[in-house]
Design a protein around this ligand. Structure first.
Ligand code: AMP
Length: 217
């Protein structure tokens, strides 16, 4: 199954992508994660992407598309995949459609996680990540016992540069202007399905899985 997950920053795409991909036994391909890995590893790709990411802007299409098409050619993606964070604009979606058509394939479903802006800001501005083990905490919804330290490994918690309120508002703006048009692009194709992405994580996963089951061929 070939799935795309869209939704504003903070909709919980990363969390849901992990559950859905493991339920469907397909690889989760997250462009944000691949970029962050490259930034911390100091690769050339990371250097190209960092300034855009810190500002909350999209990394240029030619860089992003080259990275994704390489990833989609890997063996584990042949039988299906879940894309998290790609495409982010109409040109990326058109390129993806062309790439898949060359392989005689197409997307099965685009799942939209629906949440409003205030909820996004509340979620993202409280998000903290452990420097050592990568676990994600939230200062309001899932606070660690000792402020600033990870309960699992004792590592120091940090806030992603792009999770500060001003940058979040900018990322939301970028989402409205550049990513929102994808919703009608995929609705026209008849493969868009939106689900309410508020409430307990397990309930959202259940909603997502029942939406996906309706599109399984
Ligand atoms: P995310 O973790 O999906 O919120 O992505 C973090 C950042 O990575 C974004 O704010 C962008 O700067 C960059 N990024 C991720 N995916 C894309 C994409 N498909 N196109 C352009 N930039 C992207």
């Amino acid at each position: 199954m070939r799935v795309v997950l869209v939704g504003p920053p903070g909709a919980g795409k990363g969390t849901q992508a992990q559950f859905i991909a493991s339920n469907l036994a397909i690889p989760k391909i997250s462009t944000g994660d691949i970029f962050r890995y490259n930034v911390s590893a100091g690769t050339e790709l990371g250097q190209q992407a960092k300034a855009f990411m810190d500002r909350g802007d999209l990394v240029p299409d030619e860089v992003t598309i080259a990275m994704v098409s390489d990833r989609l050619l890997e063996d584990d993606a042949q039988a299906g995949f879940l894309l998290d964070g790609f495409p982010r604009n109409v040109p990326q979606a058109e390129t993806l459609r062309k790439l898949l058509a060359e392989w005689d394939a197409r997307l099965d479903i685009v799942l939209e996680l629906v949440v409003d802006d205030d909820e996004v800001v509340r979620r993202l501005s409280g998000r903290r990540t452990c420097r050592r083990c990568g676990r994600i905490w939230h200062i309001l919804f899932e606070p660690p016992t000792r402020p600033g330290l990870c309960d699992d490994c004792g590592g120091e918690l940090f806030q992603r540069d792009d999770d500060r309120e001003e940058t979040i508002r900018h990322r939301l703006d970028v989402y409205q202007k550049q990513t929102q048009p994808l919703i009608s692009f995929y609705a026209d194709e008849g493969i868009l399905l939106g689900i309410d992405a508020t409430g307990p994580v397990e309930e959202i996963t259940e909603r997502a899985m029942s939406a996906l089951r309706r599109f399984m061929r």
